[in-house]
Design a protein around this ligand. Structure first.
Ligand code: PRE
Length: 282
């Protein structure tokens, strides 16, 4: 048999498939309207409280659940995009929402990360410094700030925004991107005037002030001894102080006994975020 392309569906077949799509669109639209009505009830319930309706931990848990059950030709990244828009529509139902971004340069990719996460309709304003972006959130002019993920290089110069975060008024609640971070991605953290909500698989950011000159190995050792697994540790010398920013596995609370066993009294939980979904995998 010669290789032949499958015959194009006849007009009638196309019409039948489109009728099927129309029925599915109606069903999806009905479900979206129903979902939005439930979100409106959530907005009306005083139980939720807080200054922003955003719950990144809950969003992460929903996305992980959907990705785990996902099959068929719809690409996973498209599924995530669709749900990101649903989350932002739900957030808009619960009140105004705007984003204050600081990007070290127009090419740094942070503004793009914010846009991809919060969607094309969200009000996003770029600020010249992290402090200005955070001030916009503190003043209630923006709902959240998106700032460059911590890096060792800026920390030494005392320029690190995370070393001066006004916790608990402002806290880290998410890391971007949540799904499919490409190698070399700049990474960003979302800061909000609410505490992070656990997603079931989280990382906590812990800021420690150690004695002057404390070597990195001593800090890493003390964390390990306390039973705190730290996949990443940034150490910065700022004046006389040694600041250490540890990314700890799990959702750590301030009264966690493991924190009490650390040798430094100055320890601050800056927030937490859902562990990213790596690559395109669920
Ligand atoms: O669960 C909530 O608290 C909601 O507001 C609903 C919802 C959603 O659409 O699923 C919307 C925004 C939040 O960031 C998290 C989840």
């Amino acid at each position: 048999m010669p290789d032949t392309a499958p015959a194009a569906p006849a007009e009638a077949e196309i019409a039948a498939l489109r009728a099927e799509i129309d029925a599915l669109d109606d069903a999806m639209h009905d479900l979206l309207m129903k979902r939005s009505a439930v979100v409106a009830r959530l907005a009306g319930s005083r139980a939720k409280g807080g200054t922003t309706p955003l719950r990144p931990g809950r969003e992460a848990a929903v996305l992980r659940r959907l990705l785990a059950r996902h099959t068929g030709p719809l690409a996973r990244e498209r599924l995530v995009r669709i749900w990101r828009e649903i989350f932002m529509a739900s957030t808009a139902i619960q009140g105004g929402f705007s984003v204050a971004v600081h990007a070290p340069s127009p090419q740094s990719g942070h503004a793009r990360l914010a846009r991809e996460h919060f969607g094309p309709i969200a009000a996003i304003r770029v600020h010249p410094t992290p402090a200005r972006a955070l001030a916009a959130v503190s003043a209630g002019e923006a709902s959240v700030a998106v700032l460059p993920a911590p890096a060792e290089e800026e920390a030494g110069a005392g320029a690190a925004w995370w070393a001066r975060l006004e916790v608990p008024k402002l806290q880290v609640v998410a890391r971007l991107p949540f799904v499919g971070e490409p190698p070399g991605s700049p990474g960003a953290l979302v800061v909000a005037p609410v505490a992070a909500d656990p997603s079931g698989d989280d990382r906590t950011l812990l800021l420690l002030e150690a004695e002057a000159g404390a070597p990195r190995a001593r800090i890493a050792g003390a964390l390990a001894e306390a039973g705190l697994a730290a996949p990443s540790l940034i150490v910065a010398r700022v004046g006389q102080a040694t600041l250490a920013l540890a990314e700890i596995e799990g959702f750590l609370r301030a009264d966690d006994a493991r924190l009490a066993s650390l040798p430094w009294a100055r320890r601050t939980i800056l927030g937490a975020y859902a562990a990213p979904v790596v690559g395109d995998a669920a």
